[in-house]
Design a protein around this ligand. Structure first.
Ligand SMILES: C[C@@](CO)(OP(=O)(O)O)[C@H](O)COP(=O)(O)OP(=O)(O)OC[C@H]1O[C@@H](n2ccc(N)nc2=O)[C@H](O)[C@@H]1O
Ligand SMILES: Nc1ncnc2c1ncn2[C@@H]1O[C@H](COP(=O)(O)OP(=O)(O)O)[C@@H](O)[C@H]1O
Length: 257
């Protein structure tokens, strides 16, 4: 039975560089988390409509996996793709916590696109798959390329592999969920005037471990961290000292000694 793992990611650093057409432009180091992933499988089943099992609390219509299916169908108009998902359901074994800054929904969408492209022989090139993925979520292109570590630019659609060994990271995800759109909105309303582009020039050339040691202040490493603290004041009381903050949160991480 076809299946694929959809890994989580952390943002080693995330710096906002501007804002255009409702989206922030950024520069960020994304790192894949080897030991935290969802698993998607295509299981034989007669389905009248596209069926997803295992994503409790998320309606099919709002599920990024369904959006990925619709995007592929629109792009390819491929009848085999459509008929395949009348004969198979998508079963998801969720392990990545939601609203955690770990890219769970985006990773699921990308994993679905990669597996469907292979199983249904859509022959879509990786670059085109990433472009299609970017219409589903800003993080999806990183997961389509599936690098261990990458420098991500633009709105998230420019993904450049960064050659380094993956770090062994300890993650801590508090009960509090952070809404990505709210955190970005809070940044735009309160902090966007304070960005200083020269303050993070060259960060993309440093190894992740070195950068975390060099920029010892987690607030400096991730521009969305102060925004999340403003959006969710209760986060302050549960922020472990010295731990880094991933994406729009709420996951904290540190390098295992
Ligand atoms: C914050 C980051 C950092 O990696 O990840 P998470 O914390 O969600 O894992 C990403 O930028 C999240 O990307 P993603 O989760 O795909 O966001 P989307 O669903 O595309 O967008 C949700 C909303 O966030 C805002 N948004 C998102 C990305 C971006 N570059 N600028 C934005 O302003 C927009 O208001 C958008 O409508
Ligand atoms: N396949 C999916 N897995 C998890 N969340 C999903 C999925 N599809 C849509 N969502 C929605 O995306 C929201 C953000 O979840 P997620 O992407 O995991 O967090 P983050 O954006 O912080 O990385 C969830 O609250 C949920 O409503």
């Amino acid at each position: 039975m076809p299946s694929i793992n959809a890994h989580a990611k952390v943002n080693i650093f995330l710096k906002i560089t501007g804002h255009q057409n409702g989206y922030h432009t950024l520069i960020s180091r994304f790192m894949k988390i080897d030991d935290l992933y969802d698993t998607l499988s295509f299981e034989p089943s007669e389905c009248e409509t596209f069926t997803i099992e295992g994503c409790e609390g998320v309606s099919t219509e709002s599920n990024t996996i369904y959006k990925a299916y619709q995007t592929l169908l629109e792009a390819t108009q491929n009848p085999d793709l459509e008929s395949y998902f009348t004969q198979h359901k998508v079963v998801v074994r969720k392990r990545i916590p939601s609203q955690a800054g770990l890219g769970g929904g985006s990773s699921d969408a990308a994993a679905f696109m990669r597996l469907a492209n292979e199983v249904c022989k859509l022959n879509i090139k990786k670059k085109e798959l990433a472009r299609l993925g970017s219409t589903i979520g800003a993080d999806v292109p990183f997961f389509i390329y599936n690098y261990t570590s990458a420098n991500v630019n633009g709105f998230g659609e420019i993904v450049e592999k960064f050659d380094e060994a993956p770090l062994k990271l300890e993650l801590y995800t508090p009960q509090l969920g952070c809404d990505t759109a709210l955190v970005y909105k809070t940044f735009k309303e309160n902090l966007i005037e304070e960005i200083v582009p020269c303050s993070f020039m060259g960060w993309e050339n440093y190894g992740s471990r070195d950068l975390i040691e060099l920029i010892a202040d987690p607030i400096m490493l991730n521009d969305l961290y102060p925004a999340a603290l403003l959006a969710y004041p209760e986060l302050k009381n549960i922020s472990p000292d010295g731990w880094c903050f991933s994406g729009s949160g709420s996951t904290f991480f540190r390098v295992k000694s």
